[in-house]
Design a protein around this ligand. Structure first.
Ligand code: C5P
Length: 395
């Protein structure tokens, strides 16, 4: 068995001289045991023949929409749904622009749009083209879409200049492909609750108390756990987006509802990571009718339960968050002990480009053995760093 055995990989070949390298790449991928589908643009056919790929892959090559070469006969959708990975190699400036903007005029972009699989893009073009503002801004969009950009490498280009523009060599691309499938499954057989988003505490049928939590950090953690093999129950309040698959989702509104749902589930779990921003107080008296503004000069509040602190099952690993605007580490250490957690993820919410709503976060992991101060990074990356530390507390 190899990491690629029985994996469905889609190789998208666009119109560059480097397309000849993709024939060898296709052969390397097939030798590793993957089922490979090739999609070519019309201009790619100017450089390599369809039959080279169909001969190597034993699958028909897709070159246009509506060719009816798969069972579903909407080829790009059928291939997209089955794909474990999509590799665009070589990727021309034209294809990169279309992928960045979602211009699905041909099946490569259609497939990428219809798939949830990771995407590797290996640009190949003239060095000055690659360095142009247009290509660089499209590459940035691909980065932001979490696509993996491989290369280009420096070397002699078709124009004769020695610059960055060469497609990554097939052996190196194969290594990068393997890396994607060799990711650790160190949370296999572990059941975890992840909370995310903001709770809502109703004042009356119109008004509520809440906070700015977007849910992005919780989504990143739940996805990382899922990808590392855990069974995830995702208890979430209000979030900016709700795009997570492969987990059991339990929507809640208030802190009390969140607590009730967690307590129902907790004994079937090994781990809880509470990234939700739970309101500390709720409205004391429930108003069934809208309060007239003349009477709304003050609202009586009562304290919500501290959910994390109340979970006292010693077998459960507890990870909490501390969003602070001052004395970050000191406050996080206090929470580590008052909530009896294994780990507190401390965020300074005053830092620019980090925290609520952002795709990035800067955190310090505070635990009994000390503190790990991490640099600003994507929330998806931070999620894995949190899990790398959390796994140490799981028997
Ligand atoms: O005390 P503070 O709200 O700063 O603690 C933050 C951590 O505690 C977070 O992990 C949050 O999800 C959790 N929490 C909780 N119940 C509350 C308030 C916060 O479980 N009522």
């Amino acid at each position: 068995m190899t990491y690629l055995s029985n994996k469905n990989i889609v190789l998208c070949v666009t119109g560059s001289i480097a397309a000849y390298k993709s024939v060898y790449l296709a052969s390397l991928i097939v030798k590793e045991g993957a089922n490979l589908r090739v999609i070519m643009t019309e201009s790619a056919k100017e450089f390599v023949g369809e039959s080279s790929f169909s001969g190597i892959t034993h699958n028909e090559v897709i070159t246009g929409y509506y060719e009816g070469k798969t069972e579903l006969s909407i080829d790009h959708v059928s291939i997209a749904k089955e794909a474990d990975l999509i590799v665009v190699a070589p990727a021309t400036a034209n294809s990169i622009a279309k992928i960045a903007l979602g211009i699905s005029s041909e099946p490569i972009v259609g497939t990428i749009l219809a798939s949830k699989a990771p995407v590797i893009v290996a640009p190949a073009m003239d060095g000055d083209m690659f360095n142009s503002k247009q290509v660089q801004s499209n590459i940035k969009i691909l980065h932001d879409l979490d696509m993996i950009i491989s290369g280009p490498e420096k070397g002699r280009l078709a124009s004769g200049i020695n610059e960055y523009g060469r497609m990554t060599e097939p052996d190196k691309l194969l290594e990068e492909i393997n890396k994607i499938f060799s990711k650790k499954k160190d949370f296999e057989n572990i059941r975890a609750i992840v909370t995310a988003g903001a709770t809502i505490e109703s004042i009356d049928p119109v008004r509520f108390i809440s906070n700015w939590s977007s849910g992005k950090m919780g989504i990143a953690i739940a996805e990382a756990l899922r990808d590392r093999g855990a069974k995830v129950t995702f208890v979430h309040g209000r979030m900016d987006e709700n795009s997570i698959n492969g987990v059991k989702k339990i929507p809640v509104l208030s802190a009390i509802e969140m607590k009730d749902q967690i307590l129902k589930e907790i004994d079937n779990n090994d781990l809880i990571i509470m990234s939700a921003a739970v309101a500390d107080y709720r409205v004391k008296q429930k108003f069934e009718q809208k309060i007239k503004k003349e009477k709304l000069s003050s609202i009586d509040l009562e304290k919500n339960p501290d959910i994390l602190a109340e979970i006292d099952n010693k077998k459960i690993v507890k990870v909490g968050f501390a969003a602070e605007s001052e004395n970050l580490i000191e406050n996080a250490k206090k929470k580590l002990s008052s909530k009896d957690c294994n780990l507190i993820v401390a965020n300074d919410i005053t830092l620019e480009g980090s925290g609520f709503g952002s795709d990035n976060n800067k955190a310090t992991l505070v635990h009994k053995e000390g503190c790990d101060d991490l640099p600003l990074m994507k929330k998806s990356e931070l999620a894995h760093k949190i899990l790398d530390r959390t796994i140490e507390y799981i028997d």
